[in-house]
Design a protein around this ligand. Structure first.
Ligand code: RB5
Length: 150
């Protein structure tokens, strides 16, 4: 599995910690920025992360801003992205088992690194349950088709 990692300035430190963790695990990942001491708009980095997933270059994305909320709102504008802010192990597990989330968003100002690492571990290791949840995710995909305006 290849992971796209991106943040704005408010998520930079947490992203750096997650990046160190992924490197220690020998995980395949691409750090899309931002860099240190930059002030950027989270939307631009949500776009970069979503684009990596939608192009197939990465299987999943982890996006970090101050709260995880702006990244989720922006990434979810893309057809095919299911971005979920996760703040504990339960939400991380359920976002995979029930929502088949392909994009995890985290808050650099709300989630300490040790917690974020455990959330990332669970999120990467948990499979989609399918079954009735696949029917529901399929309905989300239908919504994308019906309401998509090019
Ligand atoms: C940046 O100050 C902050 O607004 C942003 O990181 C994010 O939390 C938005 O959702």
């Amino acid at each position: 599995m290849r992971i796209a990692l991106a943040s704005d300035h408010a998520g930079y430190e947490l992203k750096a910690g997650i990046s160190r963790y992924l490197a220690e695990q020998a995980a395949a990942f691409t750090d899309l920025g931002c860099g240190p001491n930059e002030s950027v708009d989270y939307v631009d980095f949500a776009v970069k992360g979503a684009a990596e997933v939608l192009s197939g270059a990465c299987d999943r994305a982890i996006l970090v801003c101050g709260t995880g909320m702006g990244m989720a709102v922006a990434a979810n504008k893309f057809k095919g992205i299911r971005a979920t802010p996760c703040w504990n192990l339960y939400t991380a597990e359920m976002s995979r088992r029930h929502n088949d989330a392909n994009c995890l968003t985290l808050g650099g100002r709300t989630t300490p690194l040790a917690d974020a690492i455990r959330i990332v571990q669970v999120w990467l290791d948990t499979s989609f349950e399918g079954g009735r949840h696949a029917r529901r995710v399929d309905k989300i995909k239908e919504l994308e088709e019906r309401h998509f305006k090019p």
